[in-house]
Design a protein around this ligand. Structure first.
Ligand code: TGC
Ligand code: FAD
Length: 392
């Protein structure tokens, strides 16, 4: 990307609803993204490589476990603060936000919420500092939207568990030091277990050939008779509600994150529409382009308000999983629509790496699928409002 000229847009003065701390945190993340991410992200995406130097930077700005209590190395922040961090990171790149949201919501969250005190003390400070990176293994080759059918399993062997199976599409897998893995025990109950790199029989082959999230590393988790110590089992949760509880937190973060990608596309399109002259005047003066821009900022503003409200509900422990599904689905779909319209406003330039649009658009094609697809979240809303379960 040639130059990061991003300016924030707050049409309904949502900033008035934020605290000074929120604005401070958001400002420092934005500044870091402009300095350390924007100048290199295009190049890393073109090469399909994860910039490992981002790990230390993410830890330094407090993006790993922002809402985990400080005594475990986290930021002790509220949910709005977490959302704003995700928004600023995804404004830079969805893959960058992925790295941080997996570490925070899918690795630190389950260890904090379902783990023993020993597990918390052992892993959380290292995850917060970036000394350890983690990944989350739920999806399998034949069980994506329907994780309850998973085949990965653990067998009790007295002093350890024997883990077998495989997971697919796992963000951060190729470089993760630990994996929070969901597997069925001998009674068919889903349990969470922490697998460490270096355990015999555990490998993490990288997934190549992605046209999306190219600056994020994705891989498989393969378990071939892996002996996992008994103390690595997460003791405080049983059943699918374990992994789905983590997804509530990650989906919430994504609902903010996607707004960041949308804002970047809108901001670039707005500027381009004032600078690009055709037929003797800026293209922003044409009604068709104004319609696109006006609809973009309207949808962004609605999403900002929805996420702020969801964050306040989450702070009060009142946000329901269905409300989170609605926000994730709405924000990501909105961002995809904004990216597609912004691409058109940029004309041919919109397909180049001179502008962030095409990269955001391709990234969002993953974001609309992972953490529950667009369809699945619609059906969750459908179930919630009718009481009739489409999954049965
Ligand atoms: P169902 O029978 O409805 O529920 C089973 C149990 O779970 C409880 N539950 C939840 N608990 C907490 N939070 C939620 N959101 C929950 N939803 C359901 C439920 O109450 C029940 O509890 P209990 O005590 O009665 O046992 O389950 P189902 O098998 O019918 O499935 C429902 C469905 C389809 C909605 C669910 O499985 C689903 O959400 N599928 C989508 C899968 C998904 O989102 N996978 C994401 C993988 S991780 C990922 O993509 C990371 S990308 C990260 C990045 O790079 O940023
Ligand atoms: P499927 O479940 O096979 O769905 C295919 C299509 O069928 C979709 O359009 C879906 O909406 C539709 N469909 C399915 N069931 C229904 C239904 N009942 N009614 C109507 N339509 C339906 N997973 C992890 O565990 N950890 C990770 O870190 C992780 N990172 C990811 C990173 C990337 C880049 C990607 C692409 C995926 C990642 N995932 C991860 C996996 C992701 O969560 C799954 O891809 C997602 O849940 C969908 O599963 P699937 O791909 O198997 O699609």
């Amino acid at each position: 990307m040639a130059q990061d000229r991003f300016q924030y847009h707050d049409y309904y003065l949502v900033d008035d609803l934020l605290t000074e701390e929120h604005k401070l945190v958001r400002g420092s993340v934005r500044e870091w993204v402009k300095r350390e991410v924007s100048p290199i992200v295009e190049d890393y995406c073109q090469r399909a490589e994860f910039p490992k130097q981002w790990i230390k930077g993410l830890a330094d700005i407090g993006a790993f476990g922002p809402y985990i209590p400080a005594e475990y190395g986290g930021g002790g922040m509220d949910q709005i603060g977490y959302g704003l961090i995700m928004m600023e990171l995804e404004r830079g790149d969805s893959g960058l936000r992925s790295t941080a949201s997996v570490q925070s919501s899918l690795v630190m969250y389950p260890i904090y919420t379902y783990g023993s005190e020993e597990q918390r003390r052992k892993y959380l400070p290292k995850l917060a500092s970036g000394e350890f990176m983690g990944c989350f293994g739920l999806t399998e080759p034949d069980h994506g939207s329907n994780p309850s059918g998973m085949l990965t399993n653990i067998k009790d062997k007295g002093d350890h568990y024997l883990l077998n199976g495989s997971k697919m599409w796992i963000s951060n897998a190729p470089f993760a030091d630990i994996a929070v893995v969901w597997a069925k025990d001998e009674e068919g109950v889903i349990r969470g277990i922490i697998v460490e790199r270096g355990m015999e029989g555990f490998s993490t082959p990288e997934t190549h050939g992605k046209w999306s999230l190219r600056a994020s590393a994705t891989g498989e988790l393969v378990f071939d008779n892996v002996k996992v110590p008994k103390e690595n089992l997460l003791p405080n949760v049983k059943g699918l509600k374990g992994p789905l509880g983590c997804l509530n937190s990650a989906r919430y973060g994504i609902s903010w994150g996607a707004i960041g990608a949308a804002l970047d596309c809108y901001d670039s399109a707005l500027r381009y529409s004032k600078e690009r002259v055709q037929f003797g005047r800026p293209i922003g003066g044409f009604q068709l382009q104004q319609k696109k821009l006006a609809e973009m900022i309207t949808e962004i503003t609605k999403a900002q308000l929805m996420c702020w409200r969801l964050g306040t509900l989450k702070n009060e422990n009142r946000a329901t999983p269905a409300q989170i599904s609605m926000a994730k689905r709405n924000s990501v779909n909105m961002a995809l629509e904004v990216a597609r319209e912004a691409r058109q406003i940029h004309g041919g330039m919109g397909i180049t790496g001179e502008y962030p649009i095409m990269r955001h658009m391709m990234n969002l094609e993953s974001v609309v699928t992972y953490e529950g697809t667009h369809d699945i979240h619609l059906l969750i809303t459908g179930y919630d409002i009718t009481g009739l379960n489409a999954f049965e």
